[in-house]
Design a protein around this ligand. Structure first.
Ligand SMILES: Nc1ncnc2c1ncn2[C@@H]1O[C@H](COP(=O)(O)OP(=O)(O)OP(=O)(O)O)[C@@H](O)[C@H]1O
Length: 127
C-alpha cells in the first residue's frame, strides 16, 4: 500500500516537473530577454569557474533573475488574458512585473562585478 502511494506521488512529481519544464521552454522560445539572461548566466558561471571565483552567489543571482523573468512572462500572459484592451491597471501589472526583473538584474550585475572583479583582481595581482 505504502509503496503504491510512493510510486503514485513520484509519478505526480514527474508530471508536475514536466509541466514546469514546459513553462521554462515556452519562456525560452518566446521571450528574447529570457534567452539573453540565460546566455549571460552561462557566461557568468563559466567566468566564475575559469577565475576560481565563488560559484554560489553567481548561480543564486542567475536563478533569481530567471525565476522573476518566468513570473513576468506568466503575469504578461494573465494580463493579456484578463485585459486584452488597454487598461491602466493592466499597465501597472505589466510594468511592475518587468520592474521586478530589472531590479533583480541590476542586483545580479553588482554581485557579478564584485565577485568576478575580485577574482580577476587577485589573478592579475598574483601575476
Ligand atoms: N492591456 C494593456 N493595458 C495597458 N497597458 C498595456 C497593456 N499591455 C501592455 N501595456 C503597456 O505597453 C507597454 C509595452 O508592453 P508590451 O507587453 O507590448 O511589451 P513589454 O512589456 O516590453 O513585454 P514583451 O516585449 O516582453 O512582450 C508597457 O508599458 C505595458 O505596460
Amino acid at each position: 500500500m505504502r509503496s503504491d502511494g510512493s510510486a503514485l506521488s513520484l509519478r505526480r512529481w514527474w508530471r508536475s516537473a514536466a509541466f514546469a519544464w514546459a513553462g521554462v521552454a515556452h519562456a525560452y522560445r518566446t521571450q528574447a530577454n529570457f534567452r539573453i539572461e540565460v546566455a549571460c548566466g552561462v557566461l557568468a558561471c563559466a567566468l566564475a569557474v575559469a577565475l576560481h571565483a565563488p560559484l554560489a552567489p553567481i548561480v543564486l543571482c542567475c536563478a533569481l533573475v530567471l525565476s522573476l523573468e518566468l513570473v513576468n512572462t506568466a503575469l504578461e500572459a494573465l494580463t493579456d488574458l484578463a485585459s486584452p484592451d488597454l487598461h491602466p491597471l493592466a499597465k501597472i501589472a505589466k510594468d511592475a512585473a518587468a520592474g521586478a526583473v530589472l531590479v533583480a538584474s541590476l542586483g545580479a550585475l553588482v554581485v557579478g562585478a564584485v565577485v568576478l572583479g575580485t577574482a580577476l583582481w587577485r589573478l592579475v595581482g598574483g601575476m
